[in-house]
Design a protein around this ligand. Structure first.
Ligand code: PLP
Ligand code: COI
Length: 352
């Protein structure tokens, strides 16, 4: 049985103000949002409301102790106007994994899926048709409960907001391998999609941007010898014909795109190794000419080729390859997402 959702529609759509041929990433929001409040120990009546501001008590714990987790998903429109999601249950599961780590209540699967589907159906016209664009979907939960005591809040808000979006990166992506700052640590919250993980990256990323890099590649906090992941994506390295990505751990986000790339690689008989990889192995491979590719994988970033990396004040360029693995994976994944090809994995999810 589907969840009863109280739906209030907007009387003034903003859709006619939007240039769908020229979409930034995540800047424009759609007409409605899904909301569900947690109080008295349970999730209350879910609602879909016109997109609007929240009113929060200044002592709400989100402001002080950062109890906030989120997800990133996309809805895709195919050429017959059918709407698709990609592995949405993975996001549903992961937000609860993140919440648990931040001592926040789990959001029920049926509320998540029914709320998501009802919202996407209502916002159908907001899903762009233009190549490379989609409706970016942002589910999140944050602490609204009041009080300056440093302990978990007793009230929360679950929200899903949507943003018609173009590509995450503009231009070529160069990354800086970071040795001073850390994104996460053993026993920490790195595996969770916690808002604070991103806040902690902004300063080192600003420093990297000032040097001409778009993202930081994080290394392990203990030795800074091993490559972990990038700011908003997991990282893949191709040496010779072998694809390598580091294993997930409590420091690394278990990316859905990462899992999908590994599954496709296995399906296409591309040798793939999930193992620790050192920065020195990467640098040596670059010097020897066996480093063929690096790319990032994530919902927002899709598959983003990395054109070069900086390490200890030196820049290393990657070759421009015809028929790269990155372009193969991008095609295979987006063909599934936009319903252009068979989906033997069962990842595509029809919104009807
Ligand atoms: N790593 C980090 C830190 C991220 O923020 C993201 C984005 O969600 C990813 C990896 C990729 O995860 P996914 O493919 O599930 O979007
Ligand atoms: C996503 O890929 O959906 C993310 O959540 C990354 C985000 C920081 C833009």
């Amino acid at each position: 049985m589907s969840t009863a959702i109280d739906i209030q529609k907007t009387s003034a759509s903003k859709i006619f103000e939007v240039d769908f041929n020229n979409l930034p990433f995540g800047q424009i929001t759609s007409d409605h949002m899904f909301i569900c409040d947690y109080k008295n120990g349970k999730w209350q009546q879910p609602q879909i409301l016109p997109y609007q501001n929240f009113s929060l008590d200044p002592s709400a714990r989100i402001f002080h102790y950062g109890q906030s987790v989120f997800e990133g998903m996309k809805a895709y429109r195919d050429d017959k106007d059918k709407i698709w999601l990609f592995r949405p249950l993975e996001n549903q599961r992961r937000i609860n994994i993140s919440s648990e780590r931040l001592a926040m209540p789990a959001f029920p699967e049926n509320y998540f899926m029914d709320g998501l589907l009802a919202l996407i159906k209502l916002e159908k016209d907001w899903i762009p048709q233009t190549e490379g664009s989609s409706l970016y979907i942002r589910p999140y939960i944050f602490a609204t409960g009041i009080g300056f005591h440093a302990s978990p809040a007793d009230e929360y808000k679950f929200v899903i907001a949507c943003s018609p979006s173009g590509s995450y990166f503009s231009g070529k992506v160069k990354v800086l391998i970071e040795e001073k700052y850390s994104r996460s640590a053993n026993g920490g919250v790195g595996f969770a999609k916690a808002g604070g993980n991103y806040a902690g990256q902004f300063y080192p990323t600003q420093l990297a941007k000032a040097k001409g890099y778009q993202q930081v590649i994080w290394t392990d906090d203990n030795t800074h010898e091993y490559i972990e992941e990038a700011g908003a994506m997991n990282v893949f390295i191709r040496i010779g014909d072998t694809l390598i990505t580091s294993p997930t751990s409590d420091r690394i986000l278990d990316g859905i795109t990462r899992k999908s790339v590994i599954a496709i690689a296995k399906d296409e008989n591309i040798p793939v190794e999930v193992r620790k990889i050192t920065v020195s192995e990467l640098v040596e491979a670059s010097k020897k000419g066996t480093l063929k590719e690096m790319f990032g994988a994530g919902t927002a970033a899709v598959i983003s080729p990395i054109h070069g990396f900086g390490y200890r004040e030196k820049d290393y360029d990657l070759p421009e390859l015809e028929n790269s693995y990155a372009s193969r994976f991008k095609k295979r994944i987006t063909d599934i997402q936009y319903n252009r090809a068979e989906d033997k994995f069962g990842w595509r999810y029809l919104v009807e």
